[in-house]
Ligand binder design. Structure first.
Ligand code: SF4
Length: 279
């Protein structure tokens, strides 16, 4: 493995939940992806075509929900739900009572704020606001197994999204700061519509998260050494396996572990990859 990798973060690097999760899972993956920008052609999971199809349908589902929330007619969108998983997710979505009628809805919302030595940015599927009362973050998940709530609670996404909404969301709240106790994060699972995971928030959690996030960002900004993870289970679905001599064969999603599958699905899926729907 080459040992002449760059180790300095660009000065204007903006952190996201994905890059922080990558660092948390494996500092070397963070280095290869965000400092070296190394595109490495390894298959992430087996079977390849099946997983590609699932990813594409998941991306289309996100876009359909967004279009529905901004007012496109259901009939027009339903015509797009012509694949097996997608039509089931869409039916589940339309059948679920989200009770958002009184809320202001912000779809595909981007928030960012200074955090330590850099900026932190998050892109939300939906933030539903009842100004002065509630700020509910929704995130749509198309996993085919439902991860445990404790595992989702510890994900960077859960920590970043809630903290950043408090830190940077005042303009959604008529200019008044959003209080941590007003915030809730909901993961709505398209294949488990009646089992959303709900994570309320409070001032102590916010302080804990914001302090931890800023010190992690400062730590990464000062780091010059990005070691390989010692947990080689993290390598099974990582695109850099052959680069790191951690095996050439992709891990198989055999349905045995919901959390491993979830992590695998997220390694290579990010919001920016969700393509526009053409009508
Ligand atoms: S293959 Fe393993 S050690 Fe290498 S970047 Fe990926 S997770 Fe890290």
């Amino acid at each position: 493995m080459p040992d002449n990798l760059k180790s300095e973060l660009p000065p204007f690097f903006t952190f996201s939940q994905s890059s922080l999760q990558d660092y948390f899972d494996c500092p070397r993956r963070f280095q290869l992806r965000y400092i070296e920008h190394l595109a490495w052609p390894a298959v992430e999971t087996e079977p390849v075509l099946e997983n590609e199809r699932r990813q594409q349908e998941g991306q289309l589902f996100h876009r359909m929900v967004q279009q529905h929330l901004v007012g496109l007619p259901v009939e027009k969108l339903t015509r797009l739900a012509n694949a097996l998983d997608l039509s089931r997710w869409w039916k589940n979505y339309l059948g679920y009572k989200f009770e958002l009628d009184d809320c202001s809805k912000y779809t595909e919302l981007t928030l960012s704020a200074p955090a330590g030595s850099h900026r932190l940015l998050a892109k939300y599927d939906l933030v539903a606001m009842l100004p002065g009362r509630k700020a509910i973050i929704f995130d749509w998940k198309t996993y085919h197994k439902r991860p445990k709530d404790e595992w989702m609670a510890a994900r960077m996404q859960t920590r970043v999204y809630r903290a950043l909404l408090v830190q940077a969301g005042a303009y959604l709240n008529g200019g008044a700061p959003i209080q941590p106790g007003q915030v809730e994060m909901v993961y709505w699972y398209a294949d488990f519509p009646s089992e959303p995971a709900r994570f309320p928030y409070n001032a102590a959690h916010f302080k804990r998260d914001w302090d931890a996030l800023t010190s992690l960002i400062n730590e990464i900004g000062n780091h010059r050494n990005f070691p390989l993870t010692e947990d080689d289970k993290k390598c099974a679905y990582c695109p850099y396996r052959s680069f790191c001599d951690r095996g050439g064969k992709a891990g198989a999603l055999d349905g045995s572990d919901a959390e491993i599958e979830t992590a695998a699905a997220e390694i290579n899926l990010n919001f920016e990859q969700i393509a526009e729907i053409e009508f």
